[in-house]
Design a protein around this ligand. Structure first.
Ligand SMILES: *Cc1c(COP(=O)(O)O)cnc(C)c1O
Length: 371
């Protein structure tokens, strides 16, 4: 029992008095929770969620699977992976699922990055990118967007070094809504070393109405491509946490190995399958949001705002910090929750026409006051 007598152990006497935390964790800026929509009068336009309630067919599957929550979910998510594979046109061994596509992204980083390895991504883009990269002990390499709010792919190629293991592309980009053109992506993929994994995050794919990038076709010609998708946005399952990655069987197997065991709940698996079964029904909702997005874009441009062409379910207002504060307080006063980004601007999620009209009214008021 001598090993437990700490006072006689020279190693124990120098032990710190509090648990040591990794600097990658303690150096992160604390998460600042946004105002929550606590009443029906508040328009929650800060998180790019679907404003539609769940489909009855999906709710029925959720209710049915709720009766079996004493059991663990299928850890391999076989039925869901087969259903996704059929939907995408790949095989189930090219599919990995996770708790949201953020969960899958964490599995990706864990699969390819050792401490100090570099991950290149556009900035501003999805806030989870630098967060997950930093948490993994890897090094974020943000590359500024172009003046027209898109990925600067040549600059991203130039940012690749011997330490680069991963490049994250986001199309349509969150928060700007701008897409990557197919020809630009092809030039980019030709220039990236084939041992660097390129993730194409298509969280908002379904909302794109213009020329749609075929990321799966790029995956077929470039085995270092991984396509990342989610059920959180167009499919309306943000609260259930389920997303997936499409990659070569070897990469997909690594993603499955690095996932938290039983990470996707049985309810989430059942809801995701039911949602794929209801894809046609959901397409009508997505088209309505896309039409509203285009209507809002035109209305805001008519008011003098320089709104880039969004292919997602949100619009982007680039501003100075003073302009951002002004926008945020005007939206707050109107009980509209939006997302502000220090140094960059404000993102507003598109919802039902009445909420979108409220957004237009707030911005019309500001434009009038400034005139
Ligand atoms: C919302 C979003 C996701 C989805 O996250 P989940 O974890 O699937 O909810 C992924 N990527 C981007 C760029 C997003 O904006």
């Amino acid at each position: 029992m001598q090993m437990f007598e700490g006072s006689h152990d020279p190693h124990m006497s120098t032990a710190p008095s509090t648990p040591r935390l990794r600097s990658a964790v303690t150096s992160l800026a604390p998460y600042v929770a946004g105002r929550r929509a606590t009443s029906a009068g508040i328009a929650p336009l800060a998180s790019n969620e679907s404003h539609f309630p769940p489909l009855p067919s999906v709710l029925a599957q959720v209710a049915a699977s709720a009766g079996r929550i004493n059991r663990y979910p299928d850890s391999a998510a076989v039925e869901l992976r087969e259903r996704i594979a059929a939907h995408v046109g790949v095989t189930a061994d090219e599919v990995a699922v996770g708790p949201g596509s953020v969960g899958v992204l964490q599995q990706i980083i864990e699969s390819v990055c050792d401490a100090g390895d570099e991950v290149v991504f556009a900035w501003r883009s999805f806030e989870a990118y630098p967060l997950l990269v930093t948490l993994a002990g890897a090094t974020p390499v943000p590359v500024p967007l172009t003046a027209d709010e898109g990925h600067d792919l040549p600059a991203m190629v130039a940012a690749i070094t011997d330490r680069t293991r991963l490049v994250l592309l986001c199309t349509p980009n969150n928060p700007t809504g701008v897409t990557i053109a197919g020809a630009d992506l092809d030039r980019f993929l030709a220039a990236v070393p084939s041992d660097v994994l390129v993730v194409i995050d298509e969280a908002y794919l379904e909302y794109a109405t213009g020329e749609r990038l075929d990321a799966i076709a790029r995956y077929r010609t470039h085995p270092n491509v991984c396509v990342l998708r989610t059920f959180s946005k167009a499919y309306g399952l943000a609260g259930l946490r389920v997303g997936y990655g499409i990659a070569t069987p070897a990469v997909a197997a690594a993603l499955r190995r690095t996932g938290v065991p039983f990470g996707v709940s049985s309810i989430a698996q059942a809801a995701a399958i039911a949602s794929l079964d209801a894809a046609d029904e959901l397409a009508g909702r997505v088209a309505a949001v896309a039409a509203e997005r285009d209507r809002v874009t035109l209305a805001l441009r008519a008011l003098g705002y320089a709104v880039p062409r969004s292919q997602a379910n949100f619009v982007w207002l680039r501003t100075t910090d003073a302009g951002r504060e002004q926008l945020l307080s005007a939206f707050d006063a109107a009980d509209i929750l939006v997302r502000g980004y220090a140094g960059d601007g404000v993102r507003v999620t598109i919802a039902d026409a009445a909420s979108n009209d409220r957004v237009i009214r707030v911005l019309a008021g500001l434009a009038q006051a400034a005139a």
